[in-house]
Design a protein around this ligand. Structure first.
Ligand code: FAD
Length: 547
């Protein structure tokens, strides 16, 4: 839908007059070309995942006009990115870089500060600069998506040779997802751990390369194979931050393991969660369970069918447990509470060895069922997990967003050890607070290696302001209560960044102060993505921006 603007357009960032803002944009047009600077004064169009807007968050939890861009600009090269940041410093205009802006559930393409100029890097900077079949590496620009790289491997006849690790949705940017420390589901699922070397435009316009790319000459030769280079390892400060704009990144790719086989087990009771985690931990840490494993609650499994809640339940409040189990009983995977989706890699004799161990361990949970994949129809969610865990991008995961009309979602994602008592505590905490707010509870535990993220997706109607208020209240309470128990988020939505950063306050907020010191040194005018990850430059601090 086209949403008419409800506040004055164009949105002018605070601290600059409307005339000066428009004059500054004219100046930028002269640098980048008329067509590469767009004022955001049209109705806001939400589109859908593959045709998402770059002006705002199409799944906004606040009013759509809150976190909205004043203009969007399209650089075509690192040199043009430099021109933009120099321009921003001259006019003291906040800029917000996105690679592709598909960060749905975490703020989409929206800037934190209303009226910021969004730098959409991906539209024109979208080249795959290198693919090395010998080293299993690539070098990409911000506009290269997981689908884009997958297709290019196909064009070059390399798909059987190596795989792209992809998140649940394949339309995102490899750089955008990686700098936000996103995850995928093959053994290469920790994207940040799999990247190697960056090119970064600093907020004052200098360009640096980290790792081997920093060599005076010939750095491309080893860029993707050794991430550290020499001296302090600075890459970390360019992830989940606002210290630089990443314009190139090296990424490692996974060799085809010579075979793969998805498996699915289900477990009957909510209370099975604790004992199951005790079984999963040693298997995962020793990599018998090889990929980021997912243990999903039946409510999310039912929602993944893509049918709205109203198909199953016409009452008010949360959907009763019996109704969900009754709906699940109609599906080929059955009515159990937990479903584990895993993938085993390698030739069949190696798989058989690992699968036998997994089978013996999982069957220690009374009532455990192994689902035969060949009983599952082609469009069953299991097959989407199968594609994703074997390097084929997909978008099936979007379906559970249909649970609510005008469906949108926002995530609670605390980290914990893979231990029964932790999983149970977090599960109970989430369930209690969801019940308090009358929201359906859809938890999924994603087991990394030594830790797991509990991902709880709150699905809400983006056109219902009362429902949005409840979703945000529920999320804020979960963040605070989890923090009291010693659990912190691995990543969060734009709107919650101050709150989550505030939970990492050991030693009188020492880490936050360190981040502010870096911010002020690297970005003295505070122009780059103010407020992202709870980091504000001194021009903004203490002036009521935090929320
Ligand atoms: P962008 O939106 O371009 O970037 C994300 C943020 O990083 C930006 O807002 C910006 O602040 C910063 N940034 C981006 N590029 C740069 C740059 N070049 N320099 C400096 N800063 C930059 N995510 C997962 O990780 N795993 C999942 O399994 C997953 N499943 C999802 C399922 C559903 C149904 C939905 C709706 C979302 C899911 N997501 C998941 C979230 C999201 O879709 C992905 O993380 C997506 O890849 C992020 O969008 P993007 O890649 O276009 O990044």
């Amino acid at each position: 839908p086209l949403n008419p603007r409800t506040r004055e357009v164009p949105v002018v960032p605070q601290g600059i007059s409307r005339d000066d803002f428009l004059k500054a944009l004219e100046e930028l047009k002269a640098e980048l070309g008329e067509g590469n600077v767009e004022v955001n004064d049209k109705p806001l169009k939400d589109g859908w995942y593959m045709e998402h807007p770059n002006t705002h968050d199409m799944m906004t939890i606040l009013d759509e006009e809150e976190c909205v861009a004043g203009a969007v600009v399209y650089p075509g090269s690192t040199e043009e990115v430099v021109k933009i940041v120099k321009w921003a410093n001259k006019w003291l205009i906040p800029v917000f870089p996105i690679s592709m802006g598909r960060n749905l559930g975490y703020g989409g393409a929206a800037p934190r500060v209303r009226g910021s100029v969004t730098i959409d890097l991906g539209r024109r900077m979208n080249k795959i600069l290198d693919i090395s079949p010998q080293d299993y590496t690539c070098l990409v620009e911000p506009g290269v998506s997981f689908y884009g790289l997958y297709e290019e491997l196909g064009r070059r006849g390399l798909r059987d040779h190596m795989w792209v690790d992809t998140p649940d949705l394949g339309g995102g940017s490899i750089i955008g997802n990686t700098v936000d420390r996103g995850v995928g589901y093959t053994p290469y699922g920790d994207h940040w751990a799999c990247h190697s070397g960056l090119e970064v435009v600093l907020p004052t316009g200098e360009v640096i390369r980290t790792g081997m790319g920093a060599l005076t000459q010939g750095g491309e030769n080893t860029w993707g194979v050794f991430p550290y280079g020499f001296g302090p390892f600075s890459d970390g400060i360019f992830s989940q931050s606002n210290f630089g704009i990443v314009t190139k990144m090296g990424m490692t790719l996974m060799p085809n393991p010579g075979g793969h086989e998805s498996f699915m087990y289900t477990f009957p009771n909510e209370e099975d969660l604790g004992p199951l985690m005790e079984i999963i931990r040693p298997l995962r840490i020793s990599t018998i369970l090889e990929n980021v494993a997912q243990l999903r609650h039946v409510t999310q499994t039912v929602a993944a069918s893509g049918l709205p809640k109203s198909k199953f339940y016409s009452g008010t409040g949360t959907i009763p447990s019996e109704t969900i189990h009754r709906a699940a009983a109609q599906t080929p995977a059955g009515d159990h509470t937990w479903a584990y989706y895993g993938m085993c890699y390698g030739p069949s004799h190696i798989r058989a060895y690992k699968l036998a161990i997994i089978d013996a361990e999982f069957r220690k949970i009374p009532g455990c069922r192994k689902i035969d994949p060949f009983t599952l129809p082609e469009d069953e969610y299991f097959w989407s997990r199968d594609r994703i865990a074997s390097g084929t991008p997909d978008i099936h995961e979007l379906r559970w967003v249909n649970w609510a009309p005008n469906g949108a979602h926002i995530a609670f994602s605390p980290v914990s050890p893979i231990r029964g008592p932790d999983a149970t505590k977090l599960f109970q905490l989430g369930k209690r607070i969801h019940e308090q707010y009358g929201i359906d509870f859809m938890p999924a535990f994603c087991v990394g290696l030594r830790e797991m993220h509990l991902i709880v997706e709150i699905v809400f109607d983006r056109d219902d302001s009362e429902e949005k208020k409840r979703a945000l209240g529920c999320l804020r309470d979960m963040v605070d209560e989890a923090a009291k128990e010693g659990y912190g988020e691995y990543r969060t939505h734009l709107v919650l960044m101050d709150q989550v950063a505030g939970t990492y306050a050991w030693n009188d907020g020492a880490l936050g102060k360190f981040n502010e010191k870096l911010k002020d040194a690297l970005d003295p005018n505070g122009i780059l993505a103010p407020g992202r990850c709870g980091i504000w430059g001194k021009r903004y601090r203490g002036r009521g921006w935090e929320m």
